[in-house]
Design a protein around this ligand. Structure first.
Ligand code: ADP
Length: 401
């Protein structure tokens, strides 16, 4: 059987391993620590850092293909691996557009993809002038290394732009600035492209963010008009082809208040916006990523139901006394249809610990499914029911969902 090696031992690698098992494979993982999410479950773990070329060479040795659970591998190391003859998917020339936001914006502009107005920040004055021209509403972003909204500063006035830019530049951190988009909501177009060039797109979803972190995904995006949805899927497939992506590509989008679509971010790996596919689509994003990098024919991306909701389980400010085991017990007692995915990570405030998928029952309203998914996810991290339910007053096996 082929051996897929993945750089990074987080939850994305863990769930990719889960998909690999069904294909008769074992995912090989490069993890920093044996307690990491994927290192706990794969028997084929190489310990080492993604910034250490020697560790990268060890995990790639004998593997059919090397792929990623995050985008933080230095491009010069990837070039060395390619020179060694390692098959890297997505290839480094594609991946760099998910590593460098300025390069990504510049490339998307050249491809004619819709994006917010942007500029490289070479001085605090440049940032201030850009923000003034944007009516004060701008965003400063670190060009490299950000995730979950770290390295993104939303600005309200030009003086603030000057101040924030000056701080970053004084620390030697390369930054860019872009207009702060007046948006209706955030969407994501998730696609996959195989080595051979076959493409497949899942239904376009709505992502709900809090403090720069995705908390909820609605599949498909409610009330998105058909042309916009089809346009976003085509955009995703076109970008995957033009950039030469191999594997899953997530295109994070803004839907502006005028109904236009703008590209925010690219991720070339399984993505939080695609976790719903594990229970809600014929082919999950994790299986599809493996199929794409191994050049198998891609799987059917249809949804299994008209509506699927994913809610992230985010660590509570105060870790509850109740064990995770007991919390799972109670959530299953209340909601037999909740599909729980836990990542085996230690509990910490705001940390992504898992997610819950709910496939809507026939005729079940969006608000009802959302409330149930969020209630289950919140319970799993907080041991508190958002609807005030007290499990001690109820028969453990009585369900009321
Ligand atoms: P990261 O790569 O760290 O996840 P993103 O570029 O996706 O950072 O930005 C994180 C969040 O910040 C986005 O989901 C969005 O809510 C907000 N944001 C980013 N860029 C803009 C923008 N140009 N206008 C308005 N909001 C933005």
């Amino acid at each position: 059987m082929p051996v897929v090696a993945m750089v990074g031992g987080g939850q994305l690698a863990r769930m990719t391993h889960q998909a690999a098992v069904a294909l008769g494979q074992t995912l090989r993982v490069l993890a920093v620590d044996p307690t990491e999410s994927a290192a706990q479950v794969s028997p084929d773990v190489v310990l080492g850092s993604h910034t250490d070329l020697d560790a990268l060479r060890r995990v790639a040795k004998g593997a059919t293909v090397l792929t990623f659970d995050h985008e933080h591998v230095p491009p010069e190391h990837l070039a060395e691996l390619v020179a060694d003859g390692v098959t890297v998917a997505p290839p480094p020339e594609a991946l760099v557009h998910a590593q460098d936001k300025l390069l990504m914006r510049t490339k998307l502009a050249a491809l004619g993809a819709p994006i917010p107005r942007f500029a490289e920040v070479t001085s605090a004055e440049v940032a201030q002038r850009f923000a003034a021209e944007a009516g004060g509403r701008a965003v400063i972003k670190t060009i490299r290394g950000g995730y979950d909204g770290r390295g993104v500063v939303l600005l309200d006035d030009p003086e603030q732009a000057h101040r924030v830019a000056a701080e970053y530049l004084a620390d030697g951190v390369p930054i860019m600035i872009e207009e702060r988009v007046a948006m209706r909501r955030e969407l994501a177009a998730l696609v996959a492209r195989s080595t051979f060039g076959q493409g497949a797109a899942w239904p376009v979803v709505q992502t709900v963010q809090r403090d720069g972190i995705c908390v909820e995904v609605l599949a498909p995006a409610p009330d998105l008009d058909e042309d916009t949805a089809a346009g976003a899927q085509q955009l995703g497939l076109r970008l995957a082809a033009e950039l030469g992506v191999v594997g899953v590509l997530a295109v994070e989008l803004f839907e502006t208040v005028d109904g236009a679509i703008l590209v925010n971010e690219l991720a070339m790996r399984p993505h939080n916006s695609g976790h719903w596919t594990m229970d809600g689509s014929v082919t999950s994003q994790f299986e599809q990523h493996l199929r794409a990098v191994l050049d198998y024919p891609l799987g059917d991306t249809s949804a299994r139901a008209p509506l699927v909701v994913m809610a992230n389980v985010l660590g509570a400010a105060q870790t509850p006394q109740m064990s995770v085991d007991e919390r799972v017990h109670h959530v299953f007692a209340r909601m037999p249809d909740a599909k729980v995915h836990l990542y085996g990570k230690g509990e910490r405030a705001g940390r992504k610990l898992g997610h819950v998928n709910l496939v809507a029952k026939p005729g079940e309203a969006l608000d009802v499914v959302r409330e149930r998914a969020n209630r289950a996810a919140h319970w799993l991290s907080h041991a508190q029911w958002t609807d005030g339910y007290d499990e001690h007053e109820h028969n453990e096996h009585g369900t009321d969902n």
